[in-house]
Design a protein around this ligand. Structure first.
Ligand code: ARG
Length: 465
């Protein structure tokens, strides 16, 4: 059991089959620098408790610095015999500083409180990166929204049930996606506040430690604002992993909803957008093809992010306290969620920023499919007609149009009057997309002035995020 962390009570070494199953260095090696930072902090706590003299502490810091340097330049590698990143780095530290000093680093800590802390540190860092990338996508959406809010704001068919519903500003629609993403950034910030205050180092295996170490000192050294109040909870809880995976999955789902629209909008039938050459792909056989692969991959990867969350919760369900080896299965899914978002979001933001909208076509389609019927009903309400009646009358106008294969604005004054004497020619004021959107001028509505305010409000929140 040479080099193992737990050889003492075993007569023989582990079977190769057990080692193969148990080994985690192929995925937890990415926590190496966090493990080294943890050891630096732990050495300080040991020294503060009088368990290391000044020279020993200095030697440990020196050895750890050498490991960090070699880790960064890629020359530090785990052995096939190393079970996990913690064991490997302890072995390598002992190789560097010798067994007398190196053998002191493990006092008062367990891989259980180590991993619970390092994993938090890793996710705190990547929470920052991912949040910034989501904000870049929000920026891309806001940029497109602003570009289409000029003198004549672009109008598109707003849909419910994927059917024409009411005309809306393209900018209004794009910002709807931006707000959803901004809430994801907010969720990451909520998560961060909870996790930052909860460093489990000092929890030991489950019961705490008896060596007079100060967990608050370690927490501060590692950039946490506080340490775990309960050592069992500190080592056994993984809700912080599941919650991170949830926010990652929700972000992926929000991106997938934009993706699906881009895919539809880029079809011949919709014809709303053209994809930029650098942000779309071709076909190996069909020379004419231009495919929305970024959006399709976004849609696909959302499934993967949801799967990672589902897998994690399934692993955690009914797991008794405290640490169980099952918990080693918590890392790969959430590492994958981090990697997925870090590769997806920059590509997706680039695709959005370079979309070219066919605003003529969108404007042409916006009033079609009787999407101004609600405007007729609400105009009647403003003339004092009860809404129940107004709804019926506007519906009767639609029925006439359908019979004749025309749109609402093509009904003659006489036909309107036949439906109801209330429908005077003045109703034509609201029978344009421009009139329709301008009339929806309450807070949150699609009137150009409101959408400009909305964009400013969003940008203010982005700046504060
Ligand atoms: N590698 C383990 C994990 O990822 C941490 C070590 C705890 N192992 C143990 N046998 N107590 O969860």
């Amino acid at each position: 059991n040479q080099g193992k962390l737990w050889g003492g009570r075993f007569a023989g070494g582990p079977s190769p089959e057990l080692e193969a199953l148990s080994r985690s260095t192929h995925f937890d090696w990415r926590l190496g620098l966090y493990d080294i930072a943890g050891s630096h902090a732990h050495a300080k706590a040991l020294a503060a408790a009088g368990l290391l003299d000044e020279a020993e502490e200095a030697e440990l810091h020196r050895g750890l610095d050498v490991l960090a340097q070699r880790f960064a330049d890629g020359t530090l590698r785990p052995d096939p015999n190393d079970e996990d990143v913690h064991g490997a780095l302890e072995r390598l530290l002992i190789e560097e500083v010798g067994p007398d000093v190196g053998g002191k680093i493990r006092a008062g800590r367990s891989r259980n409180d180590q991993i619970a802390t390092l994993f938090r540190s890793y996710l705190l860092d990547h929470c920052r990166t991912v949040s910034r990338l989501v904000l870049d996508l929000v920026d891309a959406l806001a940029g497109q929204a602003e570009a289409h809010l000029g003198e004549r704001p672009a109008i598109m068919p707003g849909r419910t049930h994927l059917q024409h519903a009411q005309p809306v500003l393209l900018s209004h629609h794009l910002l709807a996606h931006a707000w959803a993403l901004l809430r994801d950034v907010d969720r990451f910030a909520d998560w961060r506040a909870r996790v930052e205050a909860d460093s489990p180092y000092g929890s030991g295996a489950l019961a705490g430690q008896s060596l007079g170490l100060d967990p608050e000192l370690v927490a501060r050294e590692l950039g946490f604002t506080g340490s775990s109040a309960n050592s069992i909870d500190g080592t056994a809880s993984r809700d912080f992993v599941a919650e991170f995976a949830f926010v990652a999955a929700q972000t992926g789902v929000d991106v997938s909803r934009i993706a699906e629209e881009v895919i539809l909008w880029a079809t011949k039938e919709f014809g709303f957008v053209r994809l930029h050459d650098s942000w779309s792909t071709g076909s190996s056989i069909m020379p004419q093809k231009k495919n929305p692969d970024i959006s399709e991959l976004a849609r696909g990867k959302a499934g993967r992010l949801v799967g990672n969350l589902t897998g994690l919760l399934t692993t955690l369900k009914a797991l008794p306290l405290a640490y169980n080896r099952d918990l080693q299965e918590d890392k790969e899914p959430v590492f994958d969620s981090v990697d997925t978002l870090e590769v997806l979001l920059p590509a997706f933001a680039g695709q959005i920023a370079t979309l070219v909208f066919d605003t003529e076509r969108m404007a042409e389609l916006a009033p079609q499919g009787y999407s101004l019927a609600t405007d007729i009903a609400e105009w009647l309400v403003r003339q004092g007609v009860p809404f129940r009646v107004a709804h019926e009358l506007a519906g009767a106008c639609v029925r006439r149009c359908e019979e004749r294969g025309i749109e609402l604005h093509e009904l003659s004054d006489e036909e309107f009057a036949e439906v109801s004497p209330h429908l005077t020619p003045a109703v034509r004021d609201v029978l344009t997309s421009e009139g329709s959107v301008a009339s929806r001028d309450g807070r949150g509505g699609t009137a150009p002035e409101r959408v400009r305010e909305q964009l400013a409000e969003l940008r203010e929140q982005v700046d504060g995020a």
